[in-house]
Design a protein around this ligand. Sequence first.
Ligand code: AMP
Length: 214
Amino acid sequence: MKLIMLGAPGAGKGSQAKVLSDKYGIPHISTGDIFRANIKEGTELGKKAKEYMDKGLLVPDELVCDLVVDRIKQSDCEKGFILDGFPRTIPQAESLSQALDQINEAMDFAIDLEVEDEVIVKRMGGRRACIKCGATYHVENMKPQKEGICDRCQSELVLRDDDKPETVQKRLTVYHEQTKPLIDYYRNKGILKEFDGTKTPDEVTRDIVSTIGE
Ligand code: AMP
């Protein structure tokens, strides 16, 4: 099963991707997580990506495409994979499609989680991320067992720079301009499946699984 998660930042792509990755036994590939890991390790890629991420802008396509194309060629992706946060532009979608064409493969579904901007702004203001392992929580809907502390690794939880209100607004503008056209792109390819992302996370998972199969 080869899946793409589409939707605005904060629509729930990451949370759904994690659950679906466990359910189908396929890797969850998050370009945002890859960049954040590189930032933490202080790599060249991390330094370049951070300049864009902190401003709510997209990292240039040339820094993203090869990274993903190399990742999906690894052996753990043979049974499939879930792309979360990629593609985010039409040129990225085209390079993914070309890479898969070369190995006679194609994506199975593009899963679009629909959530209005106002709901996104509220959600992201309450989001907290672990400074160490990157796990995400929400101060209202997905509280950690102990306030401000990660359940998984006991490290501190913070509001990520790119989840700050002014950055969220910028990210939404960028989403509408550059990423939303992918909805029509995948609709035209016949693989788009749209879901109401304002339902509870469990309901959204059930809707997705009942549409794409057990
Ligand atoms: P995310 O965690 O997916 O919301 O990604 C966080 C940030 O990483 C985004 O706001 C972008 O700056 C950058 N990023 C992640 N994926 C991509 C991508 N496919 N293309 C360009 N920038 C990306």
